[in-house]
Write a protein that binds this ligand. Structure first.
Ligand SMILES: [Zn+2]
Length: 241
């Protein structure tokens, strides 16, 4: 993992990222990657001197399986609580589906690299299914959460119904998939939206980036792609263009 700020660590899995907020002995994770990457997440925690039992909660930006597969594994093994925005709860619990099927990705974005991506993600759980009936809603009140690192939820729906970014210590923003800086299926790097087929509502995704643009922050840590340093408002302008 790389340290983005004091106690804020950024790790990469199979084309998907994880953040760890370390506060004393305790940890909050923001997203936990694919189910098949859970041991990689645990190894990354070990590298910063923490155990999976130290994780007080996994906050998920949204319930797509590249973000919650590892969370479900941590819950199964260690009882780790999993939190989503209330508007994401039905998706997280498996009561509704908002995920593009791999066959549809292949049909609409046919290129050799699409197949490579599908091959990579199939190995870590892309053909599986994750339901988390135990997922809990974040508190309805605004403001910092009573969890290690005191992350602040930033509601930005569109990619999914309850997609939520998190403002972290040191002005780092976990943007999830509302704004990314790269993806195996994208031609470019830098602030951008994911290919439209991945999002439930592309227009809403672009519109609700206002919430990220307004943050007083200096680093964006996306669900896919590298961390980006700069003013969130500039990143949002780039992503929309
Ligand atoms: Zn994703």
């Amino acid at each position: 993992m790389i340290q983005l700020d004091s106690g804020v660590w950024f790790g990469t899995g199979t084309h998907a990222n994880t953040l760890a907020l370390v506060d004393g002995a305790d940890v909050t994770l923001v997203d936990a990657g694919w189910a098949g990457d859970v041991d990689r997440v645990i190894a990354q925690l070990a590298a910063i001197g923490r155990r999976p039992e130290d994780v007080r909660a996994v906050l998920v930006t949204h319930a797509h399986i590249d973000h919650v597969g590892g969370a479900a594994k941590l819950h199964e093994r260690y009882g780790t609580p999993v939190f989503t925005h209330g508007a994401e709860l039905a998706h997280a619990r498996g009561e509704v589906h908002e995920q593009v099927a791999p066959w549809r990705v292949a049909a609409t974005a046919w290129r050799p690299r699409t197949l490579r991506w599908i091959r990579d993600v199939a190995r870590v759980g892309a053909l599986g299914h994750v339901e988390m009936p135990y997922a809990q809603a974040l508190p309805a009140a605004d403001g910092p959460l009573d969890l290690p690192g005191a992350p602040v939820p930033v509601f930005c729906p569109g990619h999914t119904s309850g997609h939520t970014a998190y403002l972290l210590p040191g002005g780092v923003v976990a943007t999830g998939d509302a704004l990314v800086t790269g993806h195996p299926l994208s031609d470019s790097t830098g602030p951008q939206l994911l290919p439209g087929m991945f999002s439930a509502d592309v227009d809403e995704t672009a519109r609700t980036l206002d919430a990220i643009a307004a943050l007083d922050a200096g680093v964006l840590a996306p669900g896919h792609g590298d961390p980006w340093h700069g003013d969130p408002a500039d990143a949002v302008t780039q992503a929309r263009s």
